[in-house]
Design a protein around this ligand. Structure first.
Ligand SMILES: Cc1cc2nc3c(=O)[nH]c(=O)nc-3n(C[C@H](O)[C@H](O)[C@H](O)COP(=O)(O)O)c2cc1C
Length: 368
């Protein structure tokens, strides 16, 4: 059945909402998408980044691709950073374009920890919670490579990492962002600390659940102190079983406690990547979002496998305030307009996700 115009305009996704101190004109969020287009020695975002994000400015909120907080956070090729003055200037071009087009944009802060490789780090070993190989892969200049056994972070490394996040958050502010999102998902630094199989520390940053979440909470405290009001979000993926070291069932209790602890902080939102939908064409289940909604009283942004109908249903059921879309935003820069008008969605080409250049990046047209 074809949806009529009043039905389309009445979509829960198109209702305005508040996220922290930001007013969003709609609830369609652009999820973070690493696109590996900073192919210059300084890992500086270019005018191509400004064009790409500007094309997507009708999103209720844009979350940038994961962005390095420091050189030692690096673990993927051609991903931009936010630790140098040239990078801050590059990002200022991006935020200026998005704001001129009426959008809002927050910066995702990323650190890969043990999921890096000496090829990214001038030949040095990556550091993680303990000297245990996370057994995942990292995209190096020489292609995908297996991770190695890292060295365990010292107390000094941990202190320096918290400061790097603090400085990156201050840099994002100088670059004109509307806020920052702490990327605590996947197989990366915070997820490594949260995981008892990878975190065998016996100091304050390990030992039990409270110890394993301390690094993330220290970073949340440092980053929220850099931003007045509620401009900081956290992204978690409690269900992401990326490798055998990230088996999830035993971790869900830890995540319940973590989310309760996050609720006590002055955060703007929680961005939750839910479980992978059961099968192709299946809608994502609402229970995982309902689980964390009970524990987090401020806005919840849901993600993973949503389309227009399933996202509208989730917001309508009150299980999330907004829904983020990653792959749909690759080939549909005007995703909000397509939802509003009930238009077909274009499909992106995964071969161009990380290949560099404008093709498959900034050359997808708006519909009609
Ligand atoms: C090419 C690509 C790059 C991604 N980069 C990031 C990233 O930098 N940070 C992040 O938190 N998630 C990243 N993700 C995960 C997405 O944000 C999202 O969680 C996932 O694609 C599921 O959402 P979707 O079904 O709307 O695509 C990436 C996903 C893809 C496909």
């Amino acid at each position: 059945m074809t949806a009529t115009l009043p039905t389309l305009l009445d979509q829960p996704l198109l209702r305005p909402t508040g996220v922290g101190d930001l007013r969003l004109p709609n609830r369609v969020v652009m999820a973070p998408l690493t696109r590996a287009r900073a192919d210059n020695p300084g890992l500086v975002p270019t005018t191509l980044h400004a064009a790409y994000y500007g094309q997507r400015a009708s999103a209720g909120l844009i979350v940038t691709e994961g962005t390095w907080v420091s050189e030692r956070a690096i673990g993927f090729v051609n991903v931009p950073g936010v630790y140098s003055e040239a990078q801050v200037a590059g990002w200022r071009r991006v935020t200026d374009v998005v704001h001129a087009l009426g959008g809002r944009i927050v910066q995702q802060l990323w650190h890969t920890g043990a999921a890096s490789h000496p090829d990214h780090l001038g030949g040095e070993l990556p550091a993680g919670p303990s000297a245990i190989d996370p057994r995942t892969q990292t995209f190096t200049p020489g292609g995908f490579k297996e991770t190695l056994t890292p060295r365990a972070m010292t107390a000094g490394d941990i202190e320096a990492t918290v400061e790097e996040f603090r400085t990156a958050a201050a840099n994002a502010r100088r670059a004109g962002f509307d806020g920052v999102e702490i990327g605590a998902l996947g197989a990366f630094l915070f997820a490594q600390f949260l995981n008892p199989r990878l975190n065998h520390r016996d100091d304050a940053y390990g030992g039990d659940r409270a110890g394993r979440r301390k690094l993330l909470l220290d970073v949340v405290d440092a980053v929220t102190a850099e931003w007045e009001g509620r401009r900081v979000g956290v992204r978690l993926s409690p269900y992401l079983a990326a490798t055998e070291h990230f088996v999830v069932e035993e971790l869900l209790g830890d995540f319940d406690e973590l989310v309760t602890a996050l609720n006590d902080r002055p955060l703007a939102y929680l961005h939750l990547r839910g479980p992978d939908p059961a099968g192709s064409g299946e809608s994502p289940a609402s229970e995982p979002f309902a689980r964390y909604r009970k524990r987090f009283e401020r806005p919840l942004i849901a993600n993973n496998g949503f389309d227009r109908n399933s996202a509208n249903a989730l917001v309508d059921a009150g299980c999330a305030d907004a829904v983020s879309f990653a792959t749909h935003f690759v080939a549909n820069p005007d995703l909000v307009g397509r939802f509003a008008l009930g238009r077909e969605l274009a499909a992106g080409d995964p071969a161009t996700y990380y290949q560099g250049g404008a093709r498959g990046y900034a050359d997808y047209p708006a519909a009609g």
